[in-house]
Design a binder for this molecule. Sequence first.
Ligand SMILES: Nc1ncnc2c1ncn2[C@@H]1O[C@H](COP(=O)(O)OP(=O)(O)OP(=O)(O)O)[C@@H](O)[C@H]1O
Ligand SMILES: [Mg+2]
Length: 507
Amino acid sequence: MNEESMGLALEMKGVRKSFPGTIAVDDVDFEVRPGEVHALVGENGAGKSTLMKMIAGSFDDYEGQIIVKGREVRLHTPTIAKKFGIGMIYQELSLARPISITENLLAGRLPRKGPFLDKRLAKRQARSLLEGVGLDLDPDLPIEDISQHEAQLVEIAKVLGNDPIILVMDEPTSALSREEVERLFAIIDQLRKRGIAIVYISHHLPEIFKIADRVTVMRDGKKIATKPIGEVTREEIVQMMVGRSVKEFYKRQERTIGEARLRVKGLSRFGFFHDVDFEARRGEILGICGLSGAGRTELARVLVGLDRADAGSIEVDGSPVRGSTMAEHLEQGIAYLTEDRKIEGLALRLAVDDNILSAIIDRLSSASVFSKSKGMQRVRALIGELSIYPPDPSRTVGNLSGGNQQKVLLAKWLASEPKVLILDEPTRGVDIGAKMTIHSSIEKLARQGCTVLLISSDLPELVGLTDRVMIMRKGHFTREMDYGECSEESLLLAANGDVGTGEGRAS
Ligand SMILES: Nc1ncnc2c1ncn2[C@@H]1O[C@H](COP(=O)(O)OP(=O)(O)OP(=O)(O)O)[C@@H](O)[C@H]1O
Ligand SMILES: [Mg+2]
């Protein structure tokens, strides 16, 4: 081994991994230094997660060399990878099991006293791991009771408990609010100071400029370049990612807005939001902006029938929306793209076509015109329109890259041709190109007369896409802004109650 390799935490040389029909990682060289935050970026499906799963021991059939701290290793199982100091925080969190935080944190190494579990010691160890990530939680709580953000930190604490040399984070911030992101960054900073090598995958380029020392860009399974962060611009990174220069925002087109379609009066869910009144019209894209905890997702859940309202009414095209389930609301024309595609959206084990048709399958089979081929036609059109990759309706959704799963979920709701479509963070975790595609689909839908409610923490997205934005603060609609009035700054100020700009992003 030469000196250069000795000084590195991780070196990958000429690594390759293919799946049937896809070369996911193609002859890639990649390295990380101790104490470095190395960002890994690329479009959806570029091979980022696969490259990292390779060092996490997910595959026993990769090709090429992996060198950890100067020593060549074969990382063929997760146990071996862990033993060599690889810690991985996965893109899809997998904590939702009915066990306690302690059991989760110390899985596989719970302390024993004779044949029994040493409960006190276990609790103490769990508490100290939680402290390491700034969490003050009771270790006896069941893991399913904590928030997603806390679950994320518990996962980090768990991985740190194994004393990793290399820590990989695959889109760790996609479910976090601005304040939570800041806290995570402070933790990353401490880890960096302790000499841990960090690989950080994200689609959010501003984050990368804030936290990374170097950045590696991947495209179509290949490495395009590795650069110190100070030597590249955002535009250059995007250009390397997509292989051409792109405009980041969809060009706005004129739309005609029709009569009122969705009427919400005095809607309340006690403890979450109160007396919400608004109207949204045909063809209108109405944004909803607020800080985390403002009540946006709660409002959406009531509108789509996932939760019950305590007071107030919802009307679509003049008829009151009745029923208390999502299916009933869908039948009356209200569809919902959830914030969390794993929980309420996708059947990961089913194929792309089954997922896309799942919301309309009843309607299709009861209609006399139904034929399988008609459904499939629609599926193919949507795969094309959203550039779902690979463009194969029979693929299992769970095997698609994260961003492509998000597109399948959107396709499912587009297929249901709703009167009102509520989108909660529709472009989280998708790359810049896919974001454009999704924006253009949303606009197209609005042009066809659909009313779109857009909940987003992406301020440029709200500003660029909506006709009007309602500001939600502490459970109330406090303000409304037209397209002309909206800017990232004005939204942020309004979401914060017009005081200060430093605290919190609208999320
Ligand atoms: N288990 C699998 N079976 C078949 N194909 C797979 C599997 N996992 C990944 N792929 C394919 O490998 C390619 C790379 O996927 P990968 O998940 O590494 O992308 P990514 O860069 O992480 O994308 P994203 O930003 O969307 O998460 C994609 O074409 C994907 O469809
Ligand atoms: Mg990925």
